[in-house]
Design a protein around this ligand. Sequence first.
Ligand SMILES: NC(=O)c1ccc[n+]([C@@H]2O[C@H](COP(=O)([O-])OP(=O)(O)OC[C@H]3O[C@@H](n4cnc5c(N)ncnc54)[C@H](OP(=O)(O)O)[C@@H]3O)[C@@H](O)[C@H]2O)c1
Length: 352
Amino acid sequence: MTYPSTQQAIVVNDAENGVTVATVPVPELNAGEVLVRVAYASQNPTDWKHVQYIAAAGDRLGCDFAGVVASSTDPGVKIGDRVAGWVHGGKYKDKGAFAQYVTTDAKLVWHVPDSLPLDQAATFTAPFLTAVQTLIQTQHRPWPPASEGGWIFIYGGSSGVGLFAIQVAKLQGYKVVTVASPHNFDLVKSYGADEVFDYHDAKAAVDNVRRVTGGGVAVALDTISLPESQAISVQTFGEGGGQLNVILGIDAAAAALRPDVKFVYTLLYTWFGKELDYRRRGSDTAAIIPASKADYEWHVESLRRLADLVSKHGVRAPPLVIRGGLEDIAAGLDEMRAGKVSGQRLVYKIGE
Ligand SMILES: NC(=O)c1ccc[n+]([C@@H]2O[C@H](COP(=O)([O-])OP(=O)(O)OC[C@H]3O[C@@H](n4cnc5c(N)ncnc54)[C@H](OP(=O)(O)O)[C@@H]3O)[C@@H](O)[C@H]2O)c1
């Protein structure tokens, strides 16, 4: 397949929260990589957060993509294959899914089953992998399908991570109790939640979770992970304590509420298996996260299993709304930053 030497892509600029559609080179293909012509890209909260706190001017943006392979150096991935994946957008000058073409490690794309449209496939990778990292890797649980039983509490069931976490937890045999806004109760139930309560009344939410679970849970995932959500989540645990997974930094005040609950914080970027300097923009102090070969292997293995989870076990995409192309992304980032995206993913149609 022929492809051009330049392309249109979203690039971070110098203005506060500024992004621009710019003409940039199509990245060179290194050994072991594939070049994907992006059909759809899906927006994650980390995109606006990288623009605000991490990215430098000139960095490309966007993580989740789905498209068609335009060039490959790996015999396992062929030109024309329908694939999806994610990259660490907002950090590098040559990596970003909000672009007509993206390069990535050939082992870090998954083959999209014919039954799954590419717009839906674009919404999977980062939130699905976060569910796997939290519910399987760090909880030391078996891969689905499994029949572990018991209750799990998932804070924020209507989030992208939450909707995948509910599905993974159900396939692991858990009964799922979650919290969401009332307008998303039917949504989370349709993805498998057994019980759902409104988090806006924190005390009632905690009381209700403890009641339906017969005294509290031993396993929980907080997909929102703000101080107030961590405080609610930790109070849903029963007498024996257990493990609470969080995906933003651990809140010390929440952790102090229940010393018998182990807080585990994970960052999906470690799954690229490379050393990462995760310092904030403008900071002189490096924030080095060391490379982890084990995490890279989890990444590869999780993607290897994903097509089966979709086609044989019915794991499905969150509700999505399709926007126009790259020129619509700045508005979508503003919308998500303002907390106006509820129970759905914003997906951009980039190419054919
Ligand atoms: N550590 C990691 O590796 C990692 C990976 C992925 C995501 N994250 C982080 O995890 C968070 C969720 O990501 P996502 O992609 O799942 O987000 P998302 O889909 O954009 O989340 C939107 C949902 O969040 C809910 N929500 C927003 N504020 C809330 C609050 N204060 N309390 C309860 N629910 C609230 C809303 O629920 P209702 O409308 O029902 O109220 C809304 O449906 C983000 O902060 C993201 O940056 C971290």
